[in-house]
Design a protein around this ligand. Structure first.
Ligand SMILES: Cc1ncc(C[n+]2csc(CCOP(=O)(O)OP(=O)(O)O)c2C)c(N)n1
Ligand code: SF4
Length: 278
């Protein structure tokens, strides 16, 4: 029997026949995926997660496309509908570890309604949202997270709208875990994702990412290294930030950290409890 030889320790977690990815050179998404895979690898190695029980779910977009590259069961579903798809999966089979990945457009824009109800219900899902401040895959249209004043493909005179703060929104609901990190702090992506993998209920991690090809053009930072350095300068780690500190301000800085950690009954626990009383 031929023995597979891997060049990189994470190769076994990837569908190598689909590599290289479609990501632009210098895109931050690869850093995020690698950090998540390191956390998953640790869980599998220590025996706290069975790889056969893992399901990755993504809608449409550069971020959601990660599900194409992972060597796990995966579902690539309609734009914005990854959360309801994942909800159906865990209700049908509570043993599945459902990992939803997507962009801010997919998760908070078109999928925003699903996000808030999944958090409210504390459904047993992990959602990792990559915020690059635009709809990147389709050419940089304004997203609900785009800062005010930024010129995008659809706001050529500057975005007139107030952005939505997804950390504040999800924290105000019933999610068991809410954290933010950045591709400039991959050790926190790994740490938070590792923790989330061991928890129950709704777990939400926002990862601030760099899109030099599209968002970078909008803000004059098209060089990937320059964009990375500018983001790194602004990211400020706090061990237990308040919800108010989740405000995103490019000039003032972007606070990362664990905003919420609770042990509330998850949706599956609630349902099991109620059914056992019938
Ligand atoms: C129902 C539907 N509406 C619109 C689209 C077009 N579309 C594809 S990807 C995308 C934006 C993705 O942006 P985001 O979710 O932020 O991910 P990113 O590419 O920035 O990672 C859009 C609008 C689609 N595929 N399906
Ligand atoms: S368009 Fe932006 S987010 Fe998409 S792959 Fe390119 S750099 Fe990454």
């Amino acid at each position: 029997m031929a023995v597979a030889t891997f060049l990189h320790p994470l190769d076994k977690h990837l569908r190598l026949d689909r590599i290289p990815t479609l990501y632009c050179p210098g895109c931050g998404l690869g850093i995020g995926l690698a950090a998540m895979l390191r956390a998953l690898d640790k869980r599998i190695e220590e025996g706290t997660i069975e790889p056969d029980k893992v399901l990755w779910i993504g809608g449409i977009g550069c971020s959601a496309r990660m599900v194409f590259y992972v060597n796990y069961d995966a579902a690539h579903v309609i734009h914005g509908r990854s959360i309801p798809f994942a909800t159906g999966v865990v209700l049908a089979n509570p043993n599945i570890k459902a990992i939803v990945v997507g962009g801010d457009g997919d998760i908070a824009g078109i999928g925003g309604n699903h996000l808030l109800h999944a958090a409210r219900r504390n459904i047993d899902l992990i959602v990792v949202m990559f915020t690059n401040f635009v709809y990147a895959m389709t050419g940089g249209q304004v997203a609900p997270t785009t800062p005010r004043g930024v010129k995008t493909t659809t706001t050529p005179y500057g975005n007139p709208e107030y952005p939505m703060n997804v950390i504040k929104l999800v924290s105000s609901l019933n999610a068991n875990y809410v954290a933010r990190t950045s591709i400039t702090t991959p050790h926190y992506i790994e740490q938070y994702f590792y923790k989330a993998l061991g928890m129950k209920g709704f777990r939400f991690i926002e990862v601030i990412s760099t899109c030099p090809e599209v968002y970078g053009r909008h803000i004059g930072l098209r060089n990937p290294v320059e964009m990375y350095i500018e983001l790194k300068k602004r990211v400020k780690y706090k061990p237990r930030p308040s919800i108010e500190e989740a405000e995103i301000d490019w000039n003032e800085g972007i606070v990362i950290g664990e905003f919420i950690e609770r042990n509330n009954p998850s949706y599956l626990e609630i349902i099991k409890g109620e059914l056992s009383e019938v």
